[in-house]
Design a protein around this ligand. Sequence first.
Ligand code: BG6
Length: 312
Amino acid sequence: MERARKPTALATTPGLPPQPQVTLTDSNARLTATLPTGESIDILLHGATILSWKDAAGRENFWLSDAAKLDGSGAARGGIPIVFPVFGTSDGHGAEKLPQHGFARNSRWEFLGKSTSEAAKEGVKLDFGLSSQNLSDDVRAQWPYTFGLLYSVTLDRGSLNTTLVVTNDGDVPFEFQTLLHNYFRVDDIEKVTVTGFEDAPYVDKVDQFKTKSQAGPVTFAGETDRVYTPAQGPGHPLVIEEDGKPRFRIVRDNLEDAVIFNPWVDKAQGMGDFEPKDGWKKMLCVEPGSVSKWQTLEKGDAFEAAQTIYLV
Ligand code: BG6
């Protein structure tokens, strides 16, 4: 019924600013987070592997193989696989039975939820967990320690932070190594240089594990697989440049080492999940880690380490 004097509408509550959207897809196997400004990440719960990181214009920052295993049947080739508790393989330190790069990249993690924080001013923080209880009996038999891993991924407008906290929840100490195996997407590996490694000692895995010293920026002209311990410490940024222009700046926290890896022609041919076969031209791994030594974690102790990747 028309009324001469309708009640005035209540003043609308001022709307919240647009919020980041977090969506679980693929029967809860995958998660996408998108900021109101357009930046996005895509994460596979298998391995808590970040598969994709796009800027606001939709430009992809990570390389992901066309043949990457995304169904939980193996570790994904690309993005950021998490290496824990061993880098490569080892015949000591309690890691004798573990497969290459450990089990974290090949185990299903739990999504623990999203939050906003001081650290993520305009962004979003996503937490993932993996503990001994989540592991299959086979994996527990390979590494019988009681541990917890908390992996926090913070997407902000121009940066991505990944933080790993390792806790020893058992009664006996354990040793571990860890590494964030970033696969960056580049336009042409032969035009890439990486700075921040000047004067760093490194172990050259493609030259009989000889120890060498880096002179000037790192450049690429063949298979590259090196474990660096940058001389200026973790606080000193590592910068990936293309055509002389900085593209990614990586700041490490409590990660002393960084591996640089590109398989080039022959090794890429031999990797079953590496597609296209000439994809080595478009990728570069720069992987902050703690791998040249072993961390020992006593009962009840925690280890925290992180990287922040800035787009520049
Ligand atoms: C790098 C190692 O970190 O990872 C290389 O230094 C290795 O030696 C590469 O080939 C890829 O490892 P995977 O197990 O994923 O094939």
